[in-house]
Design a protein around this ligand. Structure first.
Ligand code: SAH
Length: 354
């Protein structure tokens, strides 16, 4: 049993079952035993690999999209370039390197990383050595002024609540105890106002999820962009409207049960992009765009060909495989999707349509 399982069992024994959001939060961010608090989980030796870790092209192209959005808004001379959940800091490093060629951009920006894990902050500091970087734990404390923001695989790490529809309302999924081990259970059915909009597209037995943390963060970003200018690009796996149980646990590149290794496996849930778009009511949002389409529109094939010229042998094979992995429909190309938020009256960032 993991140390965190022990702590959770004692807590549940004294105060009763906890919901899935509380369980996810403890597993990912418990200060001593949380998954992100205790490790750098990325890469082939870790638990999973993310797009920026697959190829530098990902960050370069997204950086240039953000830079063009900045130019389209008159190149404001002071702005915040923010990233939510930067992992190893690779995406931001690749963005800044590509954007160094855009006159004025790097000098005008204050780089702000929203990161909860001290362990990963240390890794990000190292990756971004040579850049002035500010850290915060929430989007409310980002500096005032225009905000250009990126988030890759951040929203899927935020805690979700899960509910099963019942004749008499909804039953919330809970983590309780059975035979001195963590076990899933259901609350008594009750009406849930926040799920009234799901009464039309569900029947008893269907499972839906709510990510209150995600919609709260998006509403803050949307208000900021509407008030001070800027744009945000959100990339993640998920769909326009999530339905069903999407909670998943991954350890060493293999799936495991969400209760099997609390604090030692990565827990994620699909992002419900419709819910994010509805929360971004102060700004415009683009249609949901598959990652492969977005990267193709941003010119990944040209960039891949240019980089290939200086490569040979296994490095070239790896580079070709990375291009395919990021864009192909059988790989990350359609599983991962993106939306952008942008101020009314401005064009969307390149790669997106309005
Ligand atoms: N964007 C990175 C890493 C994605 S993993 C990449 O693409 O490689 C999720 C990241 O979000 C990690 O850095 C994790 O520590 C951070 N994180 C998770 N929950 C968070 C929260 N509530 N607030 C701030 N950061 C969080």
């Amino acid at each position: 049993m993991t140390a965190l399982a022990d702590i959770l069992i004692r807590r549940i024994a004294s105060t009763g079952p906890i919901n899935i959001a509380d369980y996810m939060h403890e597993c990912l961010l418990h200060p001593e035993h949380g998954y992100y608090s205790t490790r750098d989980p990325f890469g082939t030796h870790g638990d999973f690999t993310t797009a920026p870790e697959i190829s530098q092209m990902f960050g370069e192209l997204l950086g240039l999209s953000i830079a063009q959005a900045w130019i389209d808004q008159g190149s404001p001379t002071l702005f915040t370039l923010a990233e939510l959940g930067p992992g190893r800091g690779t995406l931001m490093a690749d963005m800044l390197r590509a954007c160094a060629k855009v006159p004025g951009f790097v000098d005008a920006c204050t780089v702000c990383l929203v990161e909860a894990s001290d362990t990963l902050r240390a890794v990000q500091r190292e990756t971004l050595a040579g850049h002035d970087v500010q850290f915060s734990t929430d989007v409310q404390s980002l500096p005032d002024g225009p905000l250009f923001l990126i988030a890759n695989e951040f929203f899927d790490a935020l805690p979700v609540r899960q509910f099963t529809r019942h004749e008499n309302g909804w039953q919330e999924h809970q983590v309780g105890i059975q035979n001195n081990a963590l076990a899933l259970g259901l609350s008594a059915p009750a009406p849930i106002t926040a799920l009234n909009h799901r009464l039309g597209d569900t029947v008893p037995g269907d499972i839906v999820e709510i990510c209150a943390a995600g919609t709260g963060i998006i509403a803050t970003i949307s208000d900021r962009i509407a008030g001070s200018g800027g744009a945000a690009i959100i990339i993640d796996y998920g769909d326009w409207r999530s339905k069903g149980d999407t909670l998943q646990a991954v350890k060493s590149h293999a799936f495991c049960g969400p209760l099997d290794f609390p604090g030692q496996s990565d827990l994620t849930a699909h992002v419900d992009f419709e819910a994010l778009a509805l929360a971004a009511s102060a700004t415009q949002t683009t249609p949901l765009t598959p990652q492969g389409v977005l990267l193709e529109r941003l010119g990944i094939t040209h960039r891949a060909q240019a980089l290939a010229k200086s490569l040979g042998g296994t490095a070239l094979q790896d580079h070709i495989a990375a291009h395919r992995r990021l864009t192909h429909p059988d790989e990350m190309g359609t599983l991962f999707k993106a939306i952008a938020l942008f101020a009314r009256g401005c064009p969307p960032p390149p790669g997106f349509v309005a």
